[in-house]
Design a protein. Structure first.
Length: 454
């Protein structure tokens, strides 16, 4: 008993000792030492965020508030990941770190509760709620009932990061100030629910697609409708600008996609060939190609200049729910109404990999900024990260309690963002698959989630 008591005391003393600390200098890219961090075995980047922003922020001039800045630490050429102890990145006595402070990372979510929210995705803090919750207490629906048409369909940032554009089932789109959360313009004119909304690359214009068979181009500065694009005979599912802002690409239930002049609103090409609804249509990063997905089990690659169909990608799914180009333009990925996604070689139209592992429909698929990984979102409540060159599943992102509707990489690819019917978004480390934060606060299913692309 005496020996056991002695060992217990020794154990308690050992556990109560101060953790070993190492002193690590932090340098700017120019090599100037700006501070020294006292690092313990459990220290993470988040523990030093405020300290680093307050010290380095003033060097940036007009942006000095810590809340508007994001520190990134590099050790031996590699970036230290959020959510992990610094020692996991090899930091030890004698190490030195390089700090780069940029504008803070932001995310925006849109929900069926009638609101969008702007978040600090790394901390999980909600910075602004855009709009009023579209339900009233004391009736039904988990203590409330949805007001007709208040569902928020999507929300996206402008390229300059100053604005958010939201699309709603109430036939309107709205433009919001990111910094203040203030409503700047309500875009009236559509007569049926909106299906999508997007900014032009220069953030001067917006485009909306609606179930009223039209697409509209708007002035962001004044909220005025510049052009109404008429030509589709059924609902317009999506609309987007080309990378140079000169063209608009639309996808419709009428089995076609169309390319329009963004300056005049005139039709340039009608992309015909699909046998069922066209669910989505996107440009390649250079604007030379377009990619459409359809409920006819195919995706098609088109030459934008001529409207010619170059490749038909015949998938294994009953419907293709979405399709996306890789940033480098060499690959495409399709997501289907079955448990698989497929990676394709754009030039040849050959299927390179079939991504198997989900247990239910894959709602969306997207590439990482370096084109090396793919992220998928599924009806099975999970998202997965895959290697685009091998088709290997790298991480299963498990934790949502309901359908995962969308998934996307952050601008530098270190983080992923998922949106779920469980009323939350989640932020994940793409290197480890660990959930770093949960974006909680919405009162109904999330319809979209997007990062700000700096």
């Amino acid at each position: 008993l005496g020996v056991h008591h002695c060992r217990s005391q020794l154990f308690q003393q050992a556990m109560s000792r101060e953790p070993v600390r190492v002193h690590v200098p932090v340098l700017t890219l120019g090599g100037a030492v700006v501070t020294t961090l006292d690092v313990t075995p459990s220290s993470k980047l988040e523990d030093f965020r405020e300290q680093l922003c307050e010290i380095v922020g003033p060097r940036l001039g007009d942006v000095t508030a810590a809340a508007d800045l994001r520190p990134r630490l590099f050790h031996c050429g590699g970036e230290l990941l959020p959510g992990l102890p610094l020692i996991a990145g090899g930091v030890k006595e004698g190490s030195s770190l390089t700090v780069v402070v940029t504008a803070a990372l932001r995310a925006v979510t849109a929900s069926a509760d009638g609101t969008a929210r702007i978040w600090d995705p790394e901390s999980g803090e909600c910075l602004h709620t855009l709009g009023a919750v579209g339900w009233e207490k004391g009736v039904s629906f988990k203590g409330g009932v949805l007001k007709a048409g208040r569902e928020m369909i999507s929300a996206v940032f402008s390229q300059d990061g100053k604005l958010v554009l939201s699309a709603s089932a109430d036939c309107t789109a709205k433009i919001w100030n990111v910094q203040s959360g203030e409503l700047l313009h309500t875009l009236h004119g559509h007569t049926r629910r909106l299906r999508s909304a997007a900014f032009s690359p220069d953030s001067d214009r917006a485009v909306t697609a609606s179930s009223d068979l039209t697409t509209k181009i708007w002035s962001v500065e004044c909220g005025r409708c510049l052009h109404t694009l008429r030509g589709h005979s059924l609902e317009v599912n999506s609309a987007t600008f080309s990378p140079d802002g000169s063209l608009i690409l639309t996808a419709s239930v009428d089995k076609t996609a169309k390319i329009w002049c963004a300056h005049t609103g005139q039709t340039i090409h009608t992309l015909q060939g699909h046998r069922w609804d066209v669910r989505s249509a996107v440009f390649s990063s250079d604007g030379a190609l377009a990619l459409t997905s359809s409920e006819d089990r195919t995706a098609r690659v088109w030459r934008v200049e001529s409207g010619e169909c170059l490749q038909t990608l015949r998938t294994q799914g009953p419907k293709v729910l979405s399709a996306a180009f890789s940033p480098d333009g060499t690959l495409a990925v399709t997501a289907s109404l079955n448990p698989i996604a497929q990676i394709w070689h754009v030039e040849s139209g050959k299927c390179l990999h079939t991504l198997r592992g989900h247990q239910n429909s894959v709602h969306s698929a997207a590439f990482s900024p370096d084109s090396k990984r793919v992220i998928t979102a599924s009806q099975d409540k999970d998202a997965k990260i895959w290697c685009s060159s091998s088709g290997e599943c790298l991480h299963s992102l498990c934790g949502h309690a309901d359908v995962v509707r969308s998934a996307a990489f952050s601008p530098e690819g270190r983080l992923a963002l998922t949106a779920s019917d469980d009323q939350t978004g989640r932020v994940w480390c793409t290197e480890t698959g660990e959930c770093l934060s949960t974006l909680a606060g919405h009162q109904d299913a999330l319809r979209s989630a997007a990062f700000l692309s700096h």
